[in-house]
Design a binder for this molecule. Structure first.
Ligand code: PLP
Length: 322
């Protein structure tokens, strides 16, 4: 980062940002890419660049775009979200088909479908490329655009032992995070065709995301891309953690959903998830409450198998003394 050659990226003159964007576009098989400060901004630029005011985007009701982006599609693009329960949970095409409404003056025109892979609130689950392909074909048949929230798309590719392009071939645009498990301090990539990226670049400027000597951050992004191969280690650690936790009294872990770097745990009452999170935090284990009795634990490049064994010893102590 300290040695990165830099320039003014608002003028497209930062060589490190340009290199990152080129590498990223090639990696996911798209014409062009844009470096953005956060995944949320990447998703919102995609919605802005793909839709017009008053149109509708179809998303899973548990998707990051719907659940964790502060209602931004209404705020910036003026887009309504049509939420579909189970879209990313194996429901796929049929649910999408059911969500579509005919052209009618009463209905907002549906323009966009957003998929999420891996699916965060699903527990980091992978939607196979074949399922994405069926959804993408259906979407195109209905003249809909598909955006992929691929914050963790490389976790999906590594877990499925597939080229990431097998996934990204089935969408018009993709956002992925360089932060999260790949380890950059900040930054995400939005990729798609040249015209789309040109529109997104203008919206990025409008939202205040045009960064000047951003090569310092892009250098960390380039380093993050070198961490894709080691995601398999995070997945092994997550399975080790899940298997250990599943043996504790009262705790419920759906081992089938532990497919990548996340472990979702249902904790037994009377303690709430938030209380358990605090008990773990006091012992140096940080995780998040995702619901009243649901905890999410995530592995990443700073978590070793020794850390997993330590976490299990702490969990044993907490859960054997209710
Ligand atoms: C983290 C995440 C994002 C983007 O988050 P930022 O914190 O804005 O970078 C988008 N989608 C999913 C599924 C995520 O997990």
């Amino acid at each position: 980062m300290a040695r990165a050659p830099v320039g003014d990226d608002v003028y497209g003159e930062d060589p490190t940002v340009n290199r990152l964007q080129e590498e990223a576009a090639a990696l996911v098989g798209k014409e062009a890419a844009l470096f953005v400060p956060s995944g949320t901004m990447g998703n919102q630029l995609a919605i802005l660049a793909h839709t017009g005011r008053g149109e509708e985007a179809i998303v899973d009701s548990q998707s990051h775009i719907c659940y964790y982006e502060a209602g931004a599609p209404a705020m910036w693009a003026g887009v309504t979200l049509k939420t579909v329960e189970g879209l990313m949970n194996g429901g796929g095409e049929e649910l999408l088909l059911n969500a579509l409404r005919p052209e009618d003056i009463h209905f907002p025109p549906t323009r966009l479908v957003c998929l999420e892979n891996t699916f965060n609130r699903g527990g980091g689950t992978v939607m196979p490329p074949e399922t994405m392909e069926r959804i993408y074909n259906l979407a195109r048949e209905k003249s809909l655009i598909v955006h992929l929230d691929g914050a963790r798309i490389f976790n999906a590719a590594v877990a499925a032992e597939r080229d990431v392009r097998d996934f990204t071939a089935n969408c018009d645009s993709v956002m992925f995070c360089l932060s999260k498990g790949l380890g950059a301090p900040a930054g995400s990539i939005l990729a798609g065709d040249r015209d789309f990226i040109a529109r997104a670049r203008r919206y990025r400027k409008a939202l205040g995301g045009g960064m000047r000597q951003a090569g310092i951050l892009a250098a960390a992004g380039l380093a993050a891309l070198r961490n894709i191969g080691r995601l398999a280690e995070d997945h092994r650690n997550a399975r080790l953690l899940a298997a250990g936790l599943a043996e504790l009294p009262g705790i419920k872990v759906d081992l089938e959903r532990v497919q990548t770097n996340m472990v979702m745990v249902r904790v037994p009452g009377p303690r709430t998830a938030a209380e358990v999170v605090n008990l773990l935090k006091e012992r140096g284990v940080r995780c998040g409450a995702m619901g009243p009795d649901l905890i999410r634990l995530v592995t990443h490049l700073n978590i070793s198998s020794e850390d997993i064994h330590y976490t299990l010893s702490v969990a044993r102590e907490i859960f054997s003394h209710p």
